[in-house]
Design a protein around this ligand. Structure first.
Ligand SMILES: C[S@@+](CC[C@H](N)C(=O)[O-])C[C@H]1O[C@@H](n2cnc3c(N)ncnc32)[C@H](O)[C@@H]1O
Length: 269
């Protein structure tokens, strides 16, 4: 007898949701929540309750933060109405009663004044600032949005392997994630990058995301953080053993192409 079941539509470029694929391929919000908790244990003398996720996109981290404790609140700021609508439907509304502890703000990060214990600006989002004046202005603003003793977390990548056009592919079940660094300008450090997704039926979602960034070095960022008034900054590199503080990184990190987190403390007044 013929089956009455309709064939399941396989994931392909026409039916896939680019934000859902991005969350699967790029983000690890629970790892980041754990990292913030570890930092709080080592550098704070009080609990962290409020997280502000700047450039929040789908607010995946902000949502995970709210889920990680009944006393935790989060604010997500993004200037793109389409992605915030996605965030509301997929990451805020499903929180149920906890949704009241997650506030989404549609605004330029420079216009949003909500304060928090931690400001996280991740996946290289502040690299939209191509000159030191605008990066410094953002870091000053982020500092003003921190409560006393608060902590700003930025990420960065680099190494000689990332200072040339390059590609990286990783399989995720029914799709491949493809990172393409289209260009690197050694004079300005301007980089243009694309994310594509390839599906098992051979279709491609090209340029699902496009970035026009300046690649900032770690010393540049730390000097600007100091100029913006931060009391201290530390660098933690991603490694197979977890996050490694800069003083222990030499043995454990592939410096040809690295990803790092810069953690800056406002002050302890
Ligand atoms: C690279 S995505 C990062 C998403 C998420 N934070 C993550 O970690 O994956 C950058 C996000 O920043 C937003 N964005 C770009 N410029 C912005 C600005 N000036 N103010 C607020 N959001 C901005 C974009 O709409 C986009 O959602």
């Amino acid at each position: 007898m013929a089956s009455r079941r309709k064939p399941t539509a396989s994931l392909n470029a026409r039916n896939a949701d680019r934000h859902a694929l991005y969350e699967i391929a790029v983000q690890r919000p629970e790892v980041m929540v754990g990292f913030i908790e570890d930092l709080a244990d080592h550098v704070w003398d009080r609990p962290v309750t409020t997280l502000r996720e700047d450039f929040c996109g789908t607010a995946n981290l902000a949502s995970a933060w709210v889920c990680s404790g009944t006393d935790r609140w989060a604010i997500g700021v993004d200037n793109n109405a389409e992605v915030l609508d996605w965030a509301e439907r997929h990451n805020r509304t499903p929180l149920g009663d906890r949704a009241e502890r997650l506030r989404l703000i549609e605004a330029d990060v420079m216009q949003a004044r909500a304060r928090a214990d931690v400001v996280a600006a991740l996946n290289f989002s502040p690299w939209i600032y191509h000159d030191r004046t605008s990066m410094l202005a953002y870091l000053r603003h982020a500092r003003q949005c921190l409560k006393t003793g608060g902590m700003l977390i930025l990420d960065a990548f680099g190494g000689p392997g990332s200072m040339v056009p390059c590609e990286d592919e990783r399989p995720f079940g029914d799709f491949d994630y493809m990172w393409q660094q289209v260009s690197f300008d050694p004079t300005t450090h301007r980089i243009v990058c694309h994310i594509h997704f390839r599906f098992r039926n051979g279709t491609m979602m090209r340029k699902a995301f496009e970035y026009d960034w300046r690649m900032w070095s770690l010393p540049e960022l730390r000097e600007l953080l100091a100029e913006a008034g931060f009391a201290q900054s530390d660098v933690y590199f991603e490694s197979e053993e977890g996050f490694i503080h800069e003083v222990e990184a030499a043995e454990a990190v592939d410096f040809d192409a690295w990803v790092a987190y810069v953690v800056a403390l406002r002050d302890q007044e």
